[in-house]
Every structure is written in structure tokens, then in C-alpha cells.
Design a protein around this ligand. Structure first.
Ligand SMILES: *Cc1c(COP(=O)(O)O)cnc(C)c1O
Length: 390
């Protein structure tokens, strides 16, 4: 029996050496490696500024600050995401206003974003139907927070058009989409802010880590201060202009990040090959729907490989049978609005976002990484085929 890991980082000897080189110096934080890593991101994305932080969630939180989103403010976002995209708003007591998703991609439905923005800007009765049952804010609509789900960019042209019409900030959560392109332009570069994340299951890793890109110098400076305990330029170690955080990325992580960045396109190509192996094999299993890449996605950056099972299939039982064969699978995503703390705070119920809930019930991530072998993919697919048939 093979034992297949859910995901694995793609690490080279040079990547490991880059970390060791830092540990052999006395500078483990606030040094040149972070600066180098940020420069690599500016070069790769074309953004004017990059601010490295110690997680994608920290990056999202700083963007919420920089966009001046505060208590009661409304932000249109998606319930089909990793919880961090919504949590970053809750940290500042803003109110996430969910709209449902496009069933093909799992990304926020841009048509619904447009309707919601119109109604929320109008206020009164029109706005009511978009707001949660309880915990509504009294603030006004401030921003849009789309997520590039599973490595496929959201419909950013339409989302940006809505933002323009209603003067909204756009925070693009590209934590799952480093290297993806939408109509030829890189994910993360569409909004006022783009965020990437580097947990070990992401396309590249720093262990823990994240980065914000933006063209806005003032926001970048503000975020640099906030990540470093609120120290503005000129502040001494114990003087703090702002209420800040410790969101600093350490030098070892940054060095690993730069080493990984230098191989990014090679790593993305390997992931694409693995996704191709899956598509070939899983498309022959009639009960399974494989991921759809839409034409606007001019480059998919494969983060996870999420398939959809038939409604009637018992997903938990399938997971147990596959686990026994050394093949882990994970439900992906569980809708954010149905997480216990969200139900308690906003009174959401099953049925509120039907497309999200449908994908939430039927979606599973299969083992995926750029270092998987074709034999491993064969083994996973054969196990799935047999267990679904049986
Ligand atoms: C991974 C991820 C993040 C950030 O995760 P961290 O673990 O905080 O680095 C944020 N949003 C989405 C959609 C993600 O997938």
C-alpha cells in the first residue's frame, strides 16, 4: 500500500542552504533578506511596493487597516473561501456581506457583486436583503474583497468596474493564486492591494509567511509601520506612532522565500503537470466532476486539486475507505457562513448561499503537490475509482 501525503512542499538543496546561510549570521530579523524577498515580488508582479509579513492572514489584516475599514463598515466578500479572508474583516469589527458564487469556478459571482453594491449604496430597504439577520453594521459600503479560489482568478474586470462605479477599495485575496493570470495580467495586481501566502501547502513556501503588494506608497509605509509594532520611520525601538502588531517575517523565512521565488515558474509548471495527470484519469470516472478552468483564466496556478462528488454519495464514508488505502481527501471548503462562530454572530442558516453550500457538500481536495509522481497520481485515482464504484 502507498501512503500518499495530502500536500508536500517542493524544496531544493539550494532552498535549504539559503536558510542555513542566514542562521550562520547574527541577523535573524529586520535584515536584508526581507528586503530582497520584497524586491523579488515587485519584480515578479510589477507592483511598486511589497510588504512581507508572517502570514497571509496578517497581510489581509494590514490591508483592511490600510483601506480604512473599521467598525460596522460593509465589505462584499465570498462565503466560499478559507476563513482568513472573512476573519481579517472581523478583526476590525467590519461586517462581511456575503454574496454567492459562480458554480463553475467557485469564485464570487460578479453579477451579484454589482447588484449588492448598487443596493447597499442605495441603503434602506434595498440594502436589507444582502445584510445578515443579526450583527449588521451601521457603517457604509467600503470595499470589495474577492478571493482567487483554488488558484483561479476571480472575474476581476467586472469586480473592478463595480469598485470604480461606487468608489470602493478592492482587496484581492490571491493567497491561492500566485502566478495565475486573468486575461494575461497577474493575479494580485488588480485591486488596491493583493495578498499572497506561503504556508507549506501553497505553491511556494516560507514555512509561515505572506506578502502584500500595492502601488500605493502611503499604504505600503503604513503597513510597514503596523507590521513592526506601529513604529513609523524615525521611531526608536520603544517609541510607537501607531497601535501596531508583530507581523514581521523573519530572515530565515524570507531567504527561503527568495530561493523559492527563483524557481517559481518551474514549480508552477510541475504542479500543472500533476493537475494534467489528474484530469486525464479522473475525467474517465463518470461520477466525478473535475475542475473547470474558464477562458478568462489565461494561466491557472494550481493550489489544490478539488473534485466534485455526486450529491448522493456519502463523502465521509468515502474518505474513511480511502484513508484506509493511504489516500487522504479533505472537504474543500466548508462554507464560512456556516462555521459555528459565524452562525452565532450573524445568524446565518443553511440555505442562505445555495451554490456555496452545494460545492461545500460535494467538493473534496485530493492529494496534490508539485513533487507528486505519476505513479502516486495513478494510485490515488485508481483507489478513488474503485471506492466510488464499490
Ligand atoms: C492560505 C490562505 C490565506 C492565508 O493563510 P495563512 O495561513 O494565514 O498564511 C488567506 N486566504 C486564503 C484564501 C488562503 O487560502
Amino acid at each position: 500500500m502507498m501512503k500518499i501525503p495530502m500536500s508536500s512542499p517542493d524544496l531544493s538543496e539550494a532552498d535549504r542552504q539559503a536558510v542555513i546561510d542566514v542562521i550562520n549570521t547574527p541577523i535573524l530579523s529586520l535584515g536584508p533578506k526581507v528586503v530582497e524577498f520584497e524586491k523579488a515580488f515587485c519584480d515578479y508582479t510589477g507592483a511598486k511596493h511589497a510588504v512581507a509579513v508572517n502570514s497571509g492572514t496578517a497581510g489581509l489584516h494590514l490591508c483592511v487597516h490600510a483601506a480604512q475599514i473599521g467598525p460596522g463598515d460593509l465589505v462584499i466578500t465570498t462565503p466560499f473561501s478559507f476563513v482568513a479572508s472573512t476573519n481579517a474583516l472581523l478583526f476590525e469589527n467590519a461586517v462581511p456581506v456575503f454574496v454567492d458564487i459562480d458554480p463553475k469556478t467557485g469564485n464570487i459571482d460578479a453579477g451579484l457583486v454589482a447588484q449588492a453594491a448598487q443596493d447597499l449604496s442605495a441603503g434602506g430597504k434595498a440594502a436589507e436583503k444582502w445584510l445578515p439577520r443579526q450583527g449588521r453594521g451601521a457603517g457604509k459600503l467600503k470595499a470589495l474583497l474577492p478571493v482567487d479560489v483554488f488558484g483561479q482568478p476571480a472575474a476581476m474586470d467586472k469586480i473592478n468596474a463595480v469598485a470604480q462605479e461606487y468608489s470602493l477599495k478592492v482587496i484581492e485575496d490571491s493567497c491561492e493564486a500566485l502566478g495565475a493570470t486573468y486575461q494575461g495580467k497577474k493575479a494580485g495586481t488588480f485591486g488596491d492591494f493583493g495578498i499572497f501566502a506561503f504556508y507549506p501547502n501553497k505553491q511556494m513556501t516560507t514555512g509561515e509567511g505572506g506578502i502584500v503588494i500595492t502601488d500605493d506608497a502611503k499604504s505600503a509605509d503604513f503597513m510597514r509601520a503596523l507590521r513592526n509594532q506601529g513604529r513609523a520611520p524615525g521611531d526608536t525601538w520603544l517609541s510607537h506612532t501607531y497601535l501596531g502588531y508583530n507581523y514581521r517575517l523573519d530572515e530565515m523565512s524570507a531567504a527561503l522565500g527568495s530561493a523559492q521565488m527563483s524557481r517559481l515558474d518551474e514549480m508552477l509548471a510541475k504542479r500543472e503537470t500533476v493537475a494534467g495527470w489528474y484530469a486525464q484519469r479522473l475525467s474517465e470516472i463518470p461520477q466525478i466532476e473535475i475542475p473547470v478552468v474558464v477562458p478568462a483564466t489565461t494561466r491557472m496556478s494550481w493550489f489544490v486539486y478539488v473534485i466534485r462528488l455526486p450529491k448522493e454519495l456519502d463523502r465521509a464514508a468515502l474518505a474513511r475507505r480511502l484513508e484506509a488505502r493511504g489516500v487522504p481527501i479533505r472537504p474543500y471548503f466548508l462554507p464560512i457562513h456556516l462555521q459555528p462562530y459565524m452562525v452565532e454572530r450573524f445568524g446565518y442558516r443553511e440555505g442562505d448561499f445555495p451554490v456555496t453550500e452545494d460545492l461545500g457538500r460535494r467538493g473534496v481536495a485530493v492529494p496534490f503537490s508539485g513533487v507528486m509522481s505519476e505513479a502516486q497520481v495513478d494510485y490515488v485515482c485508481e483507489a478513488i475509482r474503485q471506492e466510488i464504484a464499490g
